[in-house]
Every structure is written in C-alpha cells, then in structure tokens.
Design a protein around this ligand. Structure first.
Ligand SMILES: Cc1cc2nc3c(=O)[nH]c(=O)nc-3n(C[C@H](O)[C@H](O)[C@H](O)COP(=O)(O)OP(=O)(O)OC[C@H]3O[C@@H](n4cnc5c(N)ncnc54)[C@H](O)[C@@H]3O)c2cc1C
Length: 270
C-alpha cells in the first residue's frame, strides 16, 4: 500500500492546472532516459539542445546554496530530452497500486498511525521526507535544506529567444528560468527562486524581478501559478545506521539531490 500526501500522484512532476492548461511545476527535462524508458516505454521524447543565457553565472552557487559542496546535477543545464507525457505516464503507473491519501503521524511497535487510520507493518519504504520520518521515529540527524518558490507562467509567445536563463545577481530573486513554446502564440516559463532563513518571496516579487531582468512584464503574462517547495535542495550529514524496519529511497528518503533518472534507479533498487 502507498501512503501519498498530495491529492495527485507524480510528486514534483504532478500536474498543475494553469489557465486551462495542464502543466508540471518543474520542466519535464531529463539528461538521460535509459532507466525511465525501461519502466515507461510509451514516453514521448524530444531531443533538447537549450540556448542558455548567462548573467553573473560565477555567483550562482553562492546565491542558490552557499553551504552545498556543489549544486544538484539538475541545475547543471545541458543537452537532454524534453518528455511530453511524463505526468500522464506517472498517473498510469500510479493506477496500478493501491494509494491512500494521507500522511503518517506516529510510528510505534509495528504500527504506523496516520490521519487515515492505523496500519500494521513489518517494513516501511520511505520515499517522503527523511526529516519528517526522523521526527516520527525519534532519530536525530544534522540535515539541511533549501526551499524554493517555483513559478509557472504562461505568457504571450516570441518575447525571448533563449531556452534557459541563469541569473547569479544577488538582487534578483530567481536564479533559473526555463522557457519553452507551448503553441504558436504562447510560451511557458518555469522560474526557480531558492530561499533560506525565512526570506519572504511571493508572486509579485518574482514578477517585479522578471521585469527588472528584462525577461517579461506583467502585461506579457497570461496566467501564473506559484508553489513553495520546502525541501528543494538537500544537504547535511546523514547517519549510516538506520532502524531495521526501514528502507529508504527517492530524493527525500535518501536525502540526496537525485535527478529523475537517479530517483527511478533508486526506486528500482529499493
Ligand atoms: C526544483 C526542482 C527541479 C528539478 N528539476 C529536475 C530536472 O530538470 N531534471 C531532473 O532529472 N530532475 C530534476 N529534479 C529532481 C527530480 O525531480 C527528482 O529527483 C525526482 O522527481 C524525485 O522523485 P521522488 O519521487 O523521489 O520525489 P518527489 O517528486 O519529491 O516526490 C515525493 C513524494 O512523496 C510524497 N510525500 C512526501 N512526504 C510525505 C509524507 N510525509 N506522507 C506521505 N507522502 C509524502 C510527496 O507528496 C510526493 O508525492 C528537480 C528537483 C527539484 C526540487
């Protein structure tokens, strides 16, 4: 049985309704597809060779995650594939398992107390937040994280020619912008603004900075959706010894900045 917190499956690749369109909150871009294609053979793939515009790229790491040894590979933008039907393929995969919408509250002597009732278990496979799970089982680790505000913006098309913008200026809230055409008249922009220490960010700040960075003005925007992800970049020290009843996988369970391919690989191994 799968316990899933969100109302839709797919995690970061679940679908958002944005102005009548179904879009993912992060762009469906992967650098390799070997493992993905193994479990999802019907993926519609397009080769992706992005035109990358860079502004103060040398400050990017300091701006995004000063305490990280290096940035996640998924922020190291290079050639890859655009997957056109990833959410649909994940939904199809999800339809094959029993999913209970809920979240865990407590773990005690072979019982998992959830907001949907008590489940007896011999083993827990955790792909959700390791930090949360540690709290439930009373284990301490020195985990660190960086949150991010993710904006999906549908705009009128043809404003910018680049596919990716990397922005290292400290005065601009966002660091990464991905752009792609969705039809003849519209583009979609995925904007990433990483934040730590409770720094307040909202849609207005993102829009103001997009204007200041000469990306888009409010008038160009057709519709917009913003989502805050608490556990975006993961770091810190992990303990090797974990309880015997626990198996951990995925980016949140392993507390590792896995790419989608690596997350799939970890799920297959788990
Ligand atoms: C901003 C961002 C951009 C990225 N861009 C790319 C990219 O371009 N290319 C790429 O290859 N990879 C990218 N990645 C990484 C990639 O998306 C992930 O490695 C992969 O999607 C992780 O899948 P997952 O299932 O392990 O985690 P997630 O997609 O985070 O899913 C975790 C699931 O667990 C559920 N959950 C969490 N806690 C609980 C709980 N307590 N109870 C019940 N359910 C819970 C959540 O609801 C969610 O469905 C990006 C990651 C981030 C954060």
């Amino acid at each position: 049985m799968v316990l899933e917190q969100q109302s839709s499956v797919g995690g970061l690749y679940s679908i958002e309704e944005v102005g009548g369109l179904t879009l993912t909150i992060i762009p469906p871009v992967v650098s390799s597809i070997k493992r993905l294609a193994e479990i999802l053979p019907d993926l519609k793939l397009e080769e992706w060779r992005p035109i990358i515009k860079k502004t103060k790229e040398e400050h990017l790491k300091m701006k995004v995650c000063p305490f990280c040894d290096e940035l996640p590979t998924w922020l190291d933008v290079k050639e890859g594939y655009l997957v056109h039907n990833l959410p649909e393929a994940l939904l199809e995969l999800g339809s094959k398992v029993k999913i209970v919408r809920g979240y865990p509250l407590r773990v005690r002597e072979g019982k998992l107390f959830t907001n949907r009732g008590i489940l007896e278990f011999s083993e827990i496979i955790n792909t959700g937040s390791r930090e949360e799970l540690n709290r439930l089982i009373g284990v301490e680790e020195d985990l660190k994280k960086i949150g991010c505000l993710l904006a999906v913006i549908v705009s009128r098309g043809g404003i910018n020619k680049w596919d990716v913008l990397l922005h290292g200026s400290a005065g601009i809230s966002f660091s990464h912008v991905f752009r792609r055409e969705i039809d003849e008249k519209h583009d979609v922009y995925h904007v990433y603004a990483f934040t730590r220490g409770g720094k307040h960010l909202d849609a207005d700040r993102i829009l103001g900075d997009l204007k200041r960075a000469s990306v888009l003005t409010k008038e160009d925007v057709v519709t917009m959706r913003v989502r805050y992800i608490r556990e975006c970049i993961l770091a810190g020290e992990k303990e090797k010894n974990r309880p015997n009843f626990l198996r951990e996988c995925g980016r949140l369970g392993l507390w590792d900045n896995l790419s989608l391919e690596e997350a799939v690989e970890s799920a297959l191994r788990c």
